[in-house]
Write a protein that binds this ligand. Structure first.
Ligand code: NAI
Ligand code: MG
Length: 399
């Protein structure tokens, strides 16, 4: 049988090292694949004016599965200034290549699990009523709508007459913003469609059913954002009632949810939200289980079988040039485990998952974040594991 092909998109900064080390782990676990590297990120914005070249899109279209490291994005002005001089007159506008990938391939289902590893010194703790220390076990799977909403990219500064006039037909726009000069107005829209909303809700309920979670929590703000959040809530109620009566539907507001995060995180199971609130709540939960070194993410289109698997952290440029890399590869390794789940390589997935859990439980090998050190070039001398040493430790625990 021909070897499976996996597209690797290291991107910028620490993306490359965490991806390399993850591939070592995959190979050691016996996952047979050929890796084909694709171009993505800041370097290609600067040199070609496009951080997501067409050839990369073609690669993913052909091979369907990608492991993605991280990219660097910079604000508008810096993006323009760093563009190579011959491209600066072309009117190019930077847009995030990862958002581009999501939208191009309709990777509308984003799953971000946050689970406590026993023995992780970064686990959230709190005090009980008699002063004892409690370490609640977090086990949530966050489903984030990944293509629409506030990150849908429909936005304007100093909108055209046509757009402005259309907004002026809305009584609240007219009342609250009608006196402000057009040039002083920026607008970012939050568009939800029924189709995509239904897909993310169903993905969340299906997952709850498959893995035995008792509840799905919709985390939005329907009392204020009445149209988009409101629609999502109505749809969630009807899907639950008609198709998942055995699973409870809970409804929390994003702001209150962030407060409850540290009060009762153990009560939540599957969480579902729109794009931005999903982003926020998943970072919030990630903080309870160790932060960015542990937060992984899958972005999938179950219809086409295309999936991109990436840690939620960025390119951490300040650590990118260290001679010995200090960053934690676990988030990237976890993302690769989700890739294995997606392509039904369950045995290998379980093997790696257990190996990571054992390393953390044993506590002998810890990257600087797990040692609660400030990230600096000398942390390895001071006893923290390097990125490579952490990958080695995981490999050593594979069965
Ligand atoms: P970041 O996630 O790159 O880094 C923030 C801090 O988190 C780091 O300074 C470090 O202390 C810690 N950290 C991140 N990854 C870690 C790891 N694997 N192990 C241990 N500690 C880790 O976010 P930041 O600094 O806000 O952004 C840097 C660049 O990354 C920006 O250009 C940003 O646009 C981009 N970014 C890209 C993302 C992506 O590729 N999906 C997501 C977030 C940011
Ligand atoms: Mg984020």
């Amino acid at each position: 049988m021909a070897k499976r092909k996996i597209v690797t998109l290291p991107g910028d900064g620490i993306g490359e090292v965490v991806l390399q080390q993850t591939i070592r782990v995959l190979e050691a676990a016996g996952f047979e694949a050929e890796y084909i590297q694709g171009d993505i990120g800041w370097e290609f914005w600067r040199s070609e004016g496009n951080p997501l070249p067409q050839r990369t899109i073609d690669l993913l279209k052909e091979h369907k599965i990608a492991l993605f490291g991280a990219i660097t994005s910079k604000p508008k002005e810096e993006a323009f200034n760093e563009l190579s001089p011959e491209l600066q007159s072309k009117g190019l506008i930077y847009s995030s290549p990862i958002v581009g990938l999501r939208q191009h391939f309709g990777l509308d289902i984003c799953l971000r699990p946050c689970r406590t590893y026993e023995g992780n010194p970064l686990n959230f703790i709190r005090r009980g009523t008699t002063g004892e220390i409690e370490e609640p076990k977090v086990d949530v799977a966050i489903f984030r709508q990944n293509t629409e909403g506030l990150y849908g990219g429909v936005e304007w500064s100093n909108p055209s007459e046509e757009v402005y006039n259309a907004f002026m037909t809305h009584p609240k726009f007219k009342k609250n913003f009608g006196a402000t000069p057009k040039e002083e107005i920026s607008i970012s829209t939050r568009i939800f469609t029924k189709k995509a909303t239904e897909r993310i809700l169903r993905a969340a309920f299906d997952y709850a059913k498959k893995y035995g979670y008792k509840s799905v929590t919709l985390c939005e703000k329907p009392n204020v954002i009445r149209e988009t959040s409101g629609m999502m809530y109505q749809m969630a109620k009807s899907i639950q009632k008609n198709d998942f009566p055995e699973i409870e539907l809970w409804n929390t507001n994003i702001d209150a949810q962030m407060m409850w995060l540290t009060k009762n995180p153990e009560d939540y199971g599957v969480i579902v939200a729109g794009n931005m609130f999903g982003d926020i709540v998943s970072d919030g939960f990630a903080g309870l289980i160790g932060g960015l070194g542990f937060a992984s993410s899958a972005q999938m289109n179950p219809d086409t079988g295309i999936g991109v698997f990436e840690p939620t952290h960025g390119s951490a440029p300040k650590y990118a040039d260290y001679k010995t890399s200090i960053v934690n590869p676990i988030a990237m390794i976890e993302s690769a485990i989700m890739m294995l789940d997606f392509i039904n390589e369950n045995e290998i997935a379980t093997n790696i998952r257990n190996a990571v859990a054992e390393v953390i439980k044993e506590g002998k090998v810890r990257t600087y974040d797990m040692m609660k050190m400030t990230g600096r070039a000398d942390v390895v001398e001071k006893g923290a594991a390097s990125t490579i040493q952490m990958a080695d430790a995981v490999i050593a625990k594979l069965k």
